[in-house]
Design a protein around this ligand. Structure first.
Ligand code: PLP
Length: 269
């Protein structure tokens, strides 16, 4: 009997279907794994922005985590929006109870369009959770927040900040440099005792970039769950996101920046 590897996504719900849990389920499913979810917050949201955030209680999150751990053999965990330090600490305890399971931490602080998805006390708790993740996937703003410094403006600064995150205790860091002016979309992978590796892809010119961080981190968790190495899983996840961006390049699902096409492979068959 063959059955899919199980990936748990711990994240917020995006009613617009482009980011958060909704993006995660689609990305995990379409890259070949099975998605379970623990929802941390409900957002009222569309392509134009986030209208409201309703965090779930500690008890509600704790019960979801307990249900999952009692029944499923997890092959990877992907963590997105945590909203508060207290929810972050609950999740940290869960991760510490599953030391063999690879963990991808996307340190979500703000939505693509700038609205905050985190309380002020989350940062310190994220710095602690980071120590228990197999890899963290910050964008340039999130990396700067974790390091309490200015956002990197050059590829040299991106590299210095990636190394600094390793020194703070991260096991591996995928720095998403997608907003730097460059001919290609370049991300950097940092792993302790390894040379930094740059991963370049051609730019996709599109307004539809909502949920790209969630999608990349979920695809990465899915490929790790299926037994790929960190480097290979990262390359495969970046390639998956590139194709998902291309396929939705001209979509106009709402009035603002829309999502990527997670299911491009299914659509074309
Ligand atoms: N998680 C939730 C629930 C969100 O609503 C968002 C953005 O709106 C994110 C995470 C982060 O999205 P992105 O992948 O665009 O960074």
């Amino acid at each position: 009997m063959t059955q899919p590897a199980i990936v748990l996504s711990i994240a917020g719900s995006d009613s617009g279907g482009g980011a958060g849990i909704q993006a995660d389920i689609k990305a995990i499913t379409c890259t070949g794994a099975f998605a379970c979810t623990v929802i941390t917050a409900i957002t009222a949201q569309n392509t134009q922005g986030v209208q409201a955030v309703y965090p779930l209680s500690n008890q509600q999150v704790e019960q979801q985590l307990a249900s999952i751990s009692k029944d499923f053999k997890l092959a990877a965990i992907k963590i997105g929006m945590l909203h508060s330090a207290s929810l972050c600490r609950l999740v940290m305890q869960f991760v510490r109870n599953h030391p063999q399971v690879p963990v991808v931490l996307d340190p979500v602080l703000v939505a693509t369009q700038g609205q905050s998805l985190a309380q002020l006390d989350l940062l310190d708790a994220l710095r602690e959770l980071m120590l228990h993740a197999s890899i963290i996937t910050p964008n340039l703003s999130e990396a700067a927040s974790l390091l309490a410094c200015d956002k990197a403006n050059t590829s040299q600064e991106v590299q210095a900040q990636g190394q600094q995150l390793l020194r703070m205790g991260a096991k591996a860091v995928l720095m998403k440099g997608g907003h730097l002016p460059a001919a290609q979309a370049i991300d950097w992978l940092f792993m302790a005792q390894h040379q930094a590796k740059s991963l370049a892809m051609d730019w996709v010119t599109t307004p539809n970039n909502h949920g790209t961080g969630c999608t990349l981190a979920s695809a990465l968790a899915s490929y790790l769950a299926q037994g790929h190495s960190l480097v290979r899983a990262t390359e495969m996840a970046k390639n998956y996101l590139h194709q998902a961006l291309l396929s939705a390049k001209d979509w106009q699902l709402g009035k603002g920046p829309g999502p990527v096409d997670h299911c491009f492979a299914q659509r074309s068959c």
